[in-house]
Design a protein around this ligand. Structure first.
Ligand SMILES: [Zn+2]
Length: 67
């Protein structure tokens, strides 16, 4: 009887910043918020942050396999 109502209005959790956001895009089955999308586009490929984005995005292209 202690069920907490699920709030759908918060949006989805971004795979990059891992923060629930209500604005963003879907990539495969994952969600990327508008902030991260913009940051990624503006980040140079030789910038240290770019590696972080790639690492986070690797989770998108490699879905979890239950073994
Ligand atoms: Zn994000």
């Amino acid at each position: 009887m202690n069920a907490i109502p699920k709030r759908d209005s918060i949006g989805e959790t971004c795979v990059v910043c891992e923060i629930p956001k209500d604005k963003g895009i879907h990539l495969y089955t994952s969600f990327i918020c508008t902030d991260c999308e913009t940051d990624m586009i503006q980040t140079e490929t030789n910038h240290p942050n770019y590696k972080f984005y790639l690492k986070q995005l690797r989770k998108v292209t490699q879905p979890t396999i239950f073994s």
